[in-house]
Structures are given as C-alpha cells and as structure tokens.
Design a protein around this ligand. Structure first.
Ligand SMILES: C[S@@+](CC[C@H](N)C(=O)[O-])C[C@H]1O[C@@H](n2cnc3c(N)ncnc32)[C@H](O)[C@@H]1O
Length: 393
C-alpha cells in the first residue's frame, strides 16, 4: 500500500524516483493519491512528469497535475498550461489552470489573464480577476477590469463593484455608529399603518426586522383589490425597510403559500405562492437572499385538506395538509462581509450575545403555533426568540 510517508520520502530522494514511481502506476486511484499527497515541492524538483500527465485521459489526474504545477512558484511553464486550457473540456481543470497561472503573480502572465476574462464560465472570469487584482495601481489591469462592471454575470459585477466602485460610496457615513440606534426607537410599540410609521424612522437606524405580513386576502384584517396590488404594497414596505436598515443587517419575512377558497362548486380554489412571488421584489430592491427556514407545525394544528383525497385516492386530486411556513432570511446588500458587522461590536457585547447550547442546527424549526381569540396569526414566542438570538446582537 502506498503511504503518505513513502511519497514524501521519494519526493525528497530525488525527482527521478517519484517520476518513475508515478509512471509505473496502472491504477488511476494510486496516481491521484500520489499527486494529492505530494505536498510542498522541493527547490530542485523536476516537474517534467507532471507536464506529461496533462495529457492523461482522466480529468482528475490532469487536475492534480495542474495543481502541482501551480506549486512551482513562478517556475511553471504557463505555455503548456495555456495549451491545455484551450482544449480542456473539464470545468474543474480549466479553473485550476487559471488559478495556477494567477497564483504565480508574474506580470508577464497578465496578458494570459486578460484572455481568460472573455471565458464564458463566470468562475474562470472571477479567478482571472483574482489573479489580476494582485497588481495594485496598474493602469493596464484597471482598464481591463473596470468595464466588467457591466458583465452579464452578477458575481463578476459584485467583485468589480467592490474593488473599484464601492469606495466612492464609502464617504457616506452613517449618522450613528453601526452598533447604535436612536433612544426614541428603543422598546416602543407603535400601533399604526406600517407605511405611515416607517416615515418616522431615520435612515439606517434598525438592526433587525422580523415581520409576518398579511396573507393577502386569506384573513380578513386587510383586503387588497388584487394579488398584484398586495405584492406592490409589500414592495413599498420592504423598500422602506431597506432604507431604515443598517448596512448588512437582516430582514426575516414569515409567510406561506395560501389558499383562497373557491367561489362555488363549479370553480376551483386558488393557491398563491406568496414567499416565491415576493422574493423577486425583495432581491430587486437590494435585499440579498440568505436562507429559507421552514417553520414546521404539528399536523393536528393545521386545517385538514387531505380529507377528500383520503376518500377518493385519485391522482391529481392530492392536497396535502400544509404544515409549514417559511422564514425567508435576507440581508441588506453590501460588499462588506458579515465579519465587518460582527467586528463593529465590542468584546463584551459579542460574548454576551453568543448563542447558547441547544440552538437549532437545521433549517427546519419545529415549533407549535399559538392560538388566540383576538388574533388569528400570532407569533409563537419561541419563533421570535430564535430569530432575535440568531440574527441580532
Ligand atoms: C399575518 S398577521 C401577523 C401577525 C404577527 N404574526 C403577530 O404576531 O403580530 C399580519 C398583521 O399585519 C397587520 N397589518 C395588515 N395591514 C397592515 C398595515 N397596513 N400596517 C400595519 N399592520 C398591518 C394585521 O393587522 C395583522 O395583525
């Protein structure tokens, strides 16, 4: 059996031995094992056998060969790698080639990296951008990268925005430090129309919003002339919520698909997929989608829809009991990482805010609903507790 120790031993003995050893392997798994365990390559390492493996019939072997060639620190033959790139069909190998060339940080490789910017695989483009960004204050690089702000791929646009355009917005200072808010907003309950109340909230003053908007016209506390009007109303609310939310902070929207009962037996009832229909409005207005959490309720607590099917068992007429709602988690889009938000807090606050043992590890939260004579859709305290604990300081 080939061991890591044996490979290390051969590698240091002299190059011919490891090249010979790889050459004698008939088993692809063994070749990959050796290549994956070569580790750091010694100064005098002769990589010829790695270049031969670039023509191997198995993509995993080619990938591992490219990875090792990438460890040659500026001594690798980029021409061979580029030749392989031109004919390679495996996406992982193609990406690794670009990464290997980029990692060398050689300005002579810039023109190759510029070529990769035209690749149709956005990951290759991002990899090439990464390789080019090491050349700081380089006009040539800037001239090639800045126009990618209009690239068709959103990841590419985001990287370019962060590198070249976000700085222009950085002078815009919050009125308050990130961790703070206004005294008049603390511990208040407001009974008002949401759009009216939101007018009184200053920009970037809120750290977390958890809300459960009306379920269109399924309950009678609010009536909208149409589903479109309902979605547009929510859009207005979440545009305002975006304005008052601090950079990079969270919005959690609790909704679920609903059913509007049929008008008569000759009509069918209508389902509305509120979470998925609302989603594009949120994303369009600067909310980044983070997670979908499923709130799972006991079957006995929900309306029985499956009764009819239980009798007739006819396909197409299947209507399961809806035991779930969604908590859709969004973050106010920013080029800053979550770490930036967290680092804004002092040590004591971070320690005191740590979530204790017993936290939910999956995106399915089993929580009993609450019932109340006055309101038909009250939040269970446990649901609010978790949201506040996991998404705020
Ligand atoms: C699905 S319920 C959510 C209730 C929430 N789970 C709770 O425990 O308070 C929707 C709530 O939104 C309220 N609502 C509807 N339209 C509103 C508006 N324009 N402004 C403020 N609240 C509104 C309704 O009265 C209802 O209480």
């Amino acid at each position: 059996m080939i061991t890591k120790e044996y490979i290390t031993d051969l590698k240091h003995k002299g190059n011919e031995e490891i090249a010979h050893f790889v050459g004698n392997q008939r088993d692809v798994g063994n070749i990959n094992f050796i290549l994956e365990n070569l580790g750091q390559l010694p100064q005098n390492f002769n990589p010829d056998f790695l270049y031969n493996l670039l023509n191997h019939q198995y993509a995993q072997v080619r990938l591992n060969a490219v990875k090792n060639i990438g460890k040659l620190n500026g001594k690798s033959d980029t021409k061979s790698l580029f030749e392989l790139y031109k004919k390679e069909v495996d996406t992982s190998v193609r990406r690794e080639i670009v990464s290997s060339i980029g990692r060398q940080r050689k300005s002579t490789n810039k023109s190759l990296l510029f070529d990769f910017l035209d690749d149709e695989d956005p990951k290759i483009v991002c990899q090439a951008i990464r390789g080019l960004l090491v050349f700081e204050n380089d006009n040539d690089v800037e001239e090639h990268l800045k126009p990618l702000i209009n690239h068709q791929n959103e990841m590419v646009r985001t990287v370019i925005y962060k590198e070249y355009f976000a700085k222009e917005n950085q002078n815009k200072k919050d009125a308050l430090p990130h961790t703070e808010t206004y005294e008049f907003l603390k511990n208040v309950v407001v009974n008002s129309d949401v759009l009216e109340a939101l007018k009184y909230l200053p920009d970037e003053s809120v750290h977390l919003t958890f809300t459960s908007p009306p379920y269109y016209n399924a309950r009678d506390y609010s009536i909208y002339p149409s589903y479109q009007a309902y979605l547009e109303f929510l859009e207005k609310v979440f545009v305002e919520t975006h304005r008052i939310t601090k950079e990079g902070r969270f919005l959690i929207v609790n909704t679920s698909p609903i059913i509007i009962p049929r008008v008569s037996r000759s009509h069918s009832s209508k389902r509305y997929g509120i979470p998925s229909d609302l989603h594009p409005y949120l994303v369009k207005n600067g909310w980044e989608f983070i997670d979908d959490i499923v709130w799972l309720k006991p079957e006995a607590s929900v309306k029985n829809r499956v009764g009819g099917f239980m009798q007739h068992r006819k396909p197409l007429g299947y209507k399961p009991n809806s035991v779930t709602e969604y908590l859709m988690v969004y973050r106010k889009s920013t080029e800053k990482l979550l770490d930036w938000n967290i680092r804004s807090y002092d040590y004591k606050t971070v320690e005191e805010s740590k979530v204790s043992d017993g936290y939910e590890t999956t995106n399915v939260w089993k929580i009993d609903p609450c019932f109340n004579k006055v309101h038909s859709a009250i939040f269970p305290v446990e649901l609010c507790k978790r949201v506040i604990q996991y998404y705020s300081y």
